[in-house]
Design a protein around this ligand. Structure first.
Ligand code: MCA
Ligand code: AMP
Length: 508
């Protein structure tokens, strides 16, 4: 029987020479394909030795490292479900994810072990480990202590519909939802992109993104591995280092903020990019100014694509044809994409409406939220993305906005409802509105507008400081204003568009 485990497909693409370098790091440490094979086998054996139930979730909140990637691959290999968590998340956020996902294993950093393990034990998780930053009792140390032969492991049999990962994505109302992605979802997307972006032998990817979201974890890692390509691995995005490494690479992927910061590097020249084949951008809108300036500076045209946690990649500008700035290109092969009006009727070419999608890449639903899942799909099986856009006569798709109240800041999603909830819980606050405004570095950032209760005195800086103590840093509004009232329409609804207009030049 064919094994549909995603890892089996990635493993099959490893080059013949297993001693060649698979991952080169910025610390000078290199990992061969054999290292990937052996370490993932050991970690998979270790996970299996824990006697976990089928479908067990492995929740991981660790700094980016090659070992963290190996843990991801080992989880696939052993047939469990990977649950990556942003390192910026603080205790309330982690508490929610762990209570909701009920992982059998939690892996965290040494510095967070105290509070994370407390949360995990409280939620009934018996297995809490560090990865490798604390040699005693860490997962890697345990794996190394396994009996001889533990570096061999037969990839566990999985079906295409079996779960491979859960990615939490926030909702416009209520708490985060876990998007369930299967082995088949991810493999189909990886194979389509290999072809669409014309990956070729000898390609080398600069990996500079975090590995707890779709872009860095799936698009970048699967892209390189399924092509047997080497990765130049940066633990943290450093524009100078990226420019230095460009002559050794052929492919780069980044959110728009990475491109903006690279353009500020004097070393970014045509000469530095001479060896490069492809620059790919996504996760947030790429400004036409960035697109054009990049073309002028480097001679390369950035290829913009569009995706979501629930669907992986949906559309892409073409590799060979015209890459049109301001558009996200065409629906990928196998992806059906349509634009509908609010009444659920298809719209003619060029008209703006809700983007809906269907395809082998579309997720299996939200973890333990069947009702929510049902709401987000149409009767004929299309997923409602919450993005608003149009398709032109040549088939290019443009995203013009979002029907979901969402801010995308430096490629990270921030849900105003979540931040407003925290502000509204503070004493003396009557209500608040969090809006996104343009920002030269992050594309968009949050700004909080707060109304005090009668007689209460509020301090904007204190509100920001309190949020910082509770929430992931990228969610913190960059500015806070205390005002007398919020603009409302005749229905009494806060007019966020009016607030956005008022504050649009704040960071100009
Ligand atoms: C950091 N800060 C931010 C952000 N990142 N503020 C707003 N938005 C952000 N994204 C703030 C911190 O709170 C801190 O503020 C200060 O900046 C410095 O923090 P630091 O961590 O040092 O920042 P950095 O290292 O410069 O990070 C910026 C970054 C990072 C490199 C652009 O945000 C990043 O890696 N973004 C990529 C996100 C990504 O991979 N998204 C893909 C999602 P203070 O000093 O006040 O505390 S996948 C997706 O969207 C879909 C599926 C798709 O299509 O790909
Ligand atoms: P996430 O929840 O992190 O998966 O974010 C997915 C959202 O990011 C999408 O629904 C879009 O709103 C946005 N997005 C991703 N790629 C692009 C892009 N190239 N242009 C505009 N928005 C994008």
């Amino acid at each position: 029987m064919k094994n549909n485990n995603l890892f089996a497909a990635l493993r099959a693409a490893f080059p013949k020479d297993l001693d060649a370098v698979a991952v080169e790091t910025d610390t000078g440490l290199n990992y061969s394909w054999r290292d990937l094979e052996r370490s993932t086998a050991m970690l998979a054996n270790l996970l299996q030795s824990l006697d976990l139930p089928p479908g067990a979730r492995i929740a991981v909140q660790v700094e980016k490292s090659v070992e963290a990637m190996m843990l991801y691959l080992a989880t696939l290999r052993a047939g469990y479900v990977f649950l990556p968590l942003n390192t910026a998340y603080q205790s309330a956020e982690i508490e929610y994810f762990i209570a909701n996902a009920e992982p059998s294993v939690v892996v965290c950093s040494k510095k967070n072990f105290g509070w994370v393990s407390k949360i995990a034990f409280k939620a009934g998780t018996q297995n809490v480990f560090t990865l490798d930053d604390d040699r005693t009792g860490s997962l890697l140390e345990r794996a190394a202590a396994l009996p001889e032969g533990s570096d061999r492991h037969e990839v566990v049999q999985r079906g295409a519909d079996d779960l491979a990962a859960i990615l939490y994505t926030s909702g416009t109302t209520g708490r985060s939802k876990g998007a369930m992605l299967s082995h088949g979802n991810m493999l189909s997307n990886a194979l389509v992109l290999k072809d669409y972006w014309a990956w070729e032998p000898g390609d080398v990817l600069i990996h500079a993104l975090p590995i707890f979201h779709v872009h860095g974890l799936f698009v970048a890692i699967h892209g390189a591995l399924i092509n047997g390509s080497k990765m130049i691995w940066l633990a943290k995005f450093d524009p100078r280092l990226v420019v230095q490494k460009l002559p050794e690479a052929t492919v780069f992927m980044g959110v728009p903020t990475l491109y903006v910061r690279l353009l500020a590097e004097p070393g970014l020249t045509r000469e530095a990019c001479r060896h490069m084949r492809l620059f790919i951008a996504g996760s947030a809108p790429l400004l036409i100014e960035t697109f054009t300036e990049w073309q002028e500076r480097t001679g390369h045209t950035i290829l913009e694509r569009y995706g979501m946690s629930e669907t992986a990649m949906l559309t892409s500008n073409p590799y060979k044809g015209e890459r049109r700035g301001g558009t996200v290109g065409f629906a990928l092969p196998g992806v059906s994409l349509r634009v509908q009006d609010d009444a659920g009727q298809p719209l003619p070419t060029g008209e703006i409406g809700g983007i809906q999608v269907k395809g082998p890449n579309v997720f299996k639903g939200y973890w333990r939220m069947p009702e929510k899942t049902k709401e987000e799909f149409t009767a004929d099986g299309y997923f409602k993305t919450g993005d608003v856009g149009k398709i032109d006569e040549r088939g290019y798709i443009t995203i013009v906005g979002r029907s979901k109240d969402l801010i995308i800041s430096g490629g990270y999603n921030v849900y105003p409802a979540e931040i407003e909830g925290y502000i509204n819980d503070m004493s003396g606050v009557a209500e608040s509105a969090v809006i996104g405004v343009p920002h030269p570095d992050f594309g968009e950032v949050g700004v909080a507008i707060v109304i005090a209760k009668p007689g209460a005195k509020l301090d904007a800086e204190q509100i920001i400081a309190r949020l910082k103590a509770q929430l992931a840093n990228f969610k913190i509004p960059k500015r806070c204003f205390i005002v007398g009232e919020l603009p409302r329409n005749t229905m009494g609804k806060v007019q966020k568009n009016v607030l956005r207009e008022q504050h649009k030049a704040l960071f100009a």
